[in-house]
Design a protein around this ligand. Structure first.
Ligand code: HEC
Length: 120
Protein backbone atom coordinates (compact mmCIF):
# COMPACT_ATOMS: atom_id res chain seq x y z
CA UNK A 1 0.00 0.00 0.00
CA UNK A 2 1.57 3.30 -1.10
CA UNK A 3 1.58 6.45 0.96
CA UNK A 4 -1.04 8.06 -1.24
CA UNK A 5 -3.38 5.12 -0.91
CA UNK A 6 -3.01 5.00 2.87
CA UNK A 7 -3.79 8.67 3.08
CA UNK A 8 -6.84 8.31 0.87
CA UNK A 9 -8.03 5.45 3.06
CA UNK A 10 -7.65 7.57 6.16
CA UNK A 11 -9.64 10.40 4.64
CA UNK A 12 -12.39 8.02 3.69
CA UNK A 13 -12.61 6.56 7.18
CA UNK A 14 -12.80 10.03 8.64
CA UNK A 15 -15.44 11.05 6.13
CA UNK A 16 -17.50 7.97 6.93
CA UNK A 17 -17.18 8.56 10.66
CA UNK A 18 -18.33 12.14 10.20
CA UNK A 19 -21.22 11.02 8.09
CA UNK A 20 -22.53 8.36 10.46
CA UNK A 21 -21.92 10.43 13.59
CA UNK A 22 -25.41 11.96 13.91
CA UNK A 23 -27.07 8.58 13.44
CA UNK A 24 -24.65 6.96 15.86
CA UNK A 25 -25.45 9.50 18.58
CA UNK A 26 -29.16 9.18 17.95
CA UNK A 27 -29.01 5.42 18.31
CA UNK A 28 -27.14 5.71 21.58
CA UNK A 29 -29.66 8.21 22.93
CA UNK A 30 -32.52 5.99 21.79
CA UNK A 31 -31.01 2.94 23.44
CA UNK A 32 -30.54 4.84 26.69
CA UNK A 33 -34.13 6.06 26.61
CA UNK A 34 -35.34 2.51 26.01
CA UNK A 35 -33.22 1.25 28.90
CA UNK A 36 -34.55 3.96 31.18
CA UNK A 37 -38.10 3.07 30.17
CA UNK A 38 -37.53 -0.59 30.92
CA UNK A 39 -35.77 0.08 34.20
CA UNK A 40 -38.29 2.40 35.81
CA UNK A 41 -41.51 4.07 34.76
CA UNK A 42 -41.43 7.86 34.84
CA UNK A 43 -43.28 9.45 37.71
CA UNK A 44 -46.58 11.15 37.07
CA UNK A 45 -44.96 14.48 37.77
CA UNK A 46 -42.20 13.80 35.21
CA UNK A 47 -44.70 12.81 32.54
CA UNK A 48 -46.87 15.83 33.36
CA UNK A 49 -43.92 18.21 33.13
CA UNK A 50 -42.71 16.64 29.91
CA UNK A 51 -45.93 16.22 27.97
CA UNK A 52 -49.00 17.71 29.65
CA UNK A 53 -47.96 21.02 31.22
CA UNK A 54 -48.09 22.88 27.90
CA UNK A 55 -51.89 22.64 27.88
CA UNK A 56 -52.86 21.57 31.39
CA UNK A 57 -50.71 24.17 33.15
CA UNK A 58 -52.80 27.16 32.10
CA UNK A 59 -55.85 25.51 30.57
CA UNK A 60 -54.99 25.91 26.88
CA UNK A 61 -57.96 25.05 24.62
CA UNK A 62 -60.09 24.41 27.70
CA UNK A 63 -57.82 21.72 29.17
CA UNK A 64 -58.62 21.06 32.85
CA UNK A 65 -55.91 22.83 34.84
CA UNK A 66 -53.46 20.97 37.05
CA UNK A 67 -54.55 20.65 40.72
CA UNK A 68 -57.75 22.57 39.92
CA UNK A 69 -60.78 20.94 41.50
CA UNK A 70 -63.25 23.15 39.65
CA UNK A 71 -61.90 21.90 36.33
CA UNK A 72 -61.44 18.25 37.29
CA UNK A 73 -64.24 17.39 39.69
CA UNK A 74 -67.10 17.40 37.15
CA UNK A 75 -65.09 15.11 34.85
CA UNK A 76 -64.26 12.72 37.67
CA UNK A 77 -67.86 12.75 38.90
CA UNK A 78 -69.12 11.91 35.45
CA UNK A 79 -66.55 9.35 34.26
CA UNK A 80 -64.37 8.43 37.22
CA UNK A 81 -60.60 8.13 37.02
CA UNK A 82 -60.81 5.20 34.60
CA UNK A 83 -63.10 7.17 32.31
CA UNK A 84 -60.84 10.21 32.04
CA UNK A 85 -57.83 7.89 31.74
CA UNK A 86 -59.48 6.19 28.79
CA UNK A 87 -60.16 9.54 27.13
CA UNK A 88 -56.55 10.59 27.73
CA UNK A 89 -55.34 7.44 25.97
CA UNK A 90 -57.70 7.81 23.02
CA UNK A 91 -57.97 11.59 22.79
CA UNK A 92 -60.99 13.84 23.37
CA UNK A 93 -61.74 16.84 21.13
CA UNK A 94 -58.63 19.09 21.39
CA UNK A 95 -56.98 16.65 23.79
CA UNK A 96 -54.56 14.63 21.62
CA UNK A 97 -54.25 10.85 22.18
CA UNK A 98 -51.81 10.25 25.07
CA UNK A 99 -51.36 14.03 25.29
CA UNK A 100 -48.78 13.64 22.47
CA UNK A 101 -46.59 11.40 24.67
CA UNK A 102 -46.28 8.60 22.13
CA UNK A 103 -43.78 6.64 24.21
CA UNK A 104 -45.72 6.89 27.47
CA UNK A 105 -47.12 3.61 28.75
CA UNK A 106 -50.79 3.46 29.80
CA UNK A 107 -49.66 3.47 33.42
CA UNK A 108 -47.46 6.53 32.92
CA UNK A 109 -50.45 8.41 31.46
CA UNK A 110 -52.50 7.33 34.46
CA UNK A 111 -49.76 8.48 36.84
CA UNK A 112 -49.72 11.89 35.12
CA UNK A 113 -53.49 12.19 35.60
CA UNK A 114 -53.19 11.16 39.24
CA UNK A 115 -50.57 13.87 39.63
CA UNK A 116 -52.88 16.47 38.03
CA UNK A 117 -55.82 15.60 40.29
CA UNK A 118 -53.71 15.12 43.42
CA UNK A 119 -55.11 16.98 46.39
CA UNK A 120 -58.20 18.37 44.68
C1 HEC B 1 -52.39 20.01 23.08
C2 HEC B 1 -52.90 20.27 24.39
C3 HEC B 1 -52.94 19.12 25.39
C4 HEC B 1 -51.91 18.34 25.83
C5 HEC B 1 -50.45 18.37 25.41
C6 HEC B 1 -52.48 17.43 26.81
N1 HEC B 1 -53.81 17.68 26.95
FE1 HEC B 1 -55.11 16.64 28.14
N2 HEC B 1 -56.65 17.82 27.48
C7 HEC B 1 -56.53 18.86 26.59
C8 HEC B 1 -57.83 19.46 26.38
C9 HEC B 1 -58.15 20.63 25.46
C10 HEC B 1 -58.75 18.73 27.18
C11 HEC B 1 -60.26 18.95 27.30
C12 HEC B 1 -60.93 18.10 26.23
C13 HEC B 1 -62.43 18.26 26.28
O1 HEC B 1 -63.04 17.98 27.32
O2 HEC B 1 -62.99 18.67 25.25
C14 HEC B 1 -57.96 17.71 27.87
C15 HEC B 1 -58.50 16.80 28.75
C16 HEC B 1 -57.76 15.84 29.42
C17 HEC B 1 -58.32 14.89 30.36
C18 HEC B 1 -59.76 14.78 30.78
C19 HEC B 1 -60.48 13.78 29.89
C20 HEC B 1 -61.93 13.66 30.27
O3 HEC B 1 -62.47 12.56 30.07
O4 HEC B 1 -62.55 14.65 30.71
C21 HEC B 1 -57.28 14.12 30.81
C22 HEC B 1 -57.38 12.98 31.80
C23 HEC B 1 -56.09 14.59 30.16
N3 HEC B 1 -56.39 15.63 29.31
C24 HEC B 1 -54.84 14.06 30.38
C25 HEC B 1 -53.67 14.52 29.76
C26 HEC B 1 -52.36 13.97 30.02
C27 HEC B 1 -52.08 12.87 31.01
C28 HEC B 1 -51.50 14.66 29.22
C29 HEC B 1 -49.99 14.47 29.12
C30 HEC B 1 -49.52 13.11 28.94
C31 HEC B 1 -52.26 15.63 28.45
N4 HEC B 1 -53.58 15.51 28.82
C32 HEC B 1 -51.74 16.50 27.50
C33 HEC B 1 -55.38 19.27 25.95
C34 HEC B 1 -54.13 18.70 26.10
Amino acid sequence: MGVTTAHAQEMTDEAIKERIKPYGSLNVAGAQAADAGAAAARSGEDVYNGACVACHGSGVLGAPRVHNAEDWQPRLDERGLDGVWNNALNGLNAMPPRGTCGNCSDDEIKAAIEYMVEGI
